[in-house]
Design a protein around this ligand. Structure first.
Ligand code: PXL
Length: 272
């Protein structure tokens, strides 16, 4: 049976990220997405201005109908929330679906910096949210923020091993870590706390900042895990899909602020 994922994220109209990439990517893996938008932005927050309309006031109404209709989801996927109110609310929401697998991307920052409008309070809120998760997808910046570690551009493989292990002590059994680099390569890691397996894949570094790729990476992983790929298979599929999209964006000199050129690769996700 086709799996169903409730995806709780913002919609940014311009600058492909969050629901605009999550929906096509997860769908292309052969998994149904039920989008629950938490906010409507003109564009993502890396542009020098943006509008932000908070949609969280509709959440209670939606949840009430979900309860009346007894709607069920195989999984819940939570990402960019943007307000501390929503961070607190999301813990309640998750507890309404005890049977769903919980995937959380603690979206807060990148390249060593918090995104605009995020505070220390938000970081502590996110530490509580990830306790509810089965699987998390921090990038290196978010991992450091969650653990209270100083961000460095380069970490050794042993450091990364200890970072993912510490993250799993918050509760999630499976950690996918992105945004790790050295001079030549970008690395993505997975750590399974249940058997302590630690996986790594790498791709050549491509110059530039590629917005929305964290959302695309997590979406491929979810699409693949929900269609019975193993952890390593999902990791390889996600990092290769992101790499191809980044390389096309670079080769075609497309402005990466507007997101990566992932669309033509969707059929390769091969959902049956
Ligand atoms: O891709 C993460 C993301 C999602 N949503 C919004 C963002 C960002 C990253 O900048 O600004 C609104």
């Amino acid at each position: 049976m086709t799996k169903k994922v409730l995806a709780i994220h913002d919609i940014s109209v311009v600058g492909k990220c969050s629901l605009s990439v999550i929906m096509p990517v997860i769908s292309s893996c052969g998994v149904e997405v039920c989008p629950l938008p938490t906010a409507l932005l003109s564009n993502h927050t890396a542009f020098n201005e943006y509008s932000f309309t908070d949609l969280s006031s509709s959440l209670d109404l939606i949840l009430e109908k979900f309860r009346h209709q007894n709607f069920k989801f195989d999984a819940i996927y939570v990402g960019y929330l943007g307000t501390i109110f929503l961070v607190e609310k999301i813990c309640d929401l998750i507890s309404n679906f005890p049977k769903s697998k919980v995937y959380i991307d603690p979206v807060m920052g990148d390249n060593g910096k918090l995104y605009k409008n995020f505070s220390i309070e938000y970081i502590s809120g996110m530490r509580k949210v990830i306790e509810k998760a089965d699987v998390i997808f921090p990038n290196l910046t978010e991992a450091c923020l969650l653990l209270g570690l100083e961000y460095k551009e380069y970490f050794s493989k042993d450091d990364i091993h200890s970072i993912v292990k510490k993250l799993s002590s918050f509760g999630p059994k499976l950690i996918f870590l992105t945004g790790v680099k050295d001079e030549n390569y970008m690395y993505s890691y997975a750590y399974n706390a249940e058997n302590e397996d630690f996986y790594c894949v790498n791709n050549l570094r491509v110059d530039g900042n590629y917005y929305g790729t964290g959302d695309i990476f997590a979406s491929v992983i979810i699409g693949k895990l929900e269609t019975n790929y193993d952890i390593y298979g999902a990791l390889v599929a996600a990092s290769s899909f992101c790499y191809k999209s980044i390389l096309k964006t670079y080769n075609e000199k497309s402005d990466s602020k507007f997101g990566v050129l992932f669309e033509t690769f969707l059929p390769e996700l091969g959902g049956k």
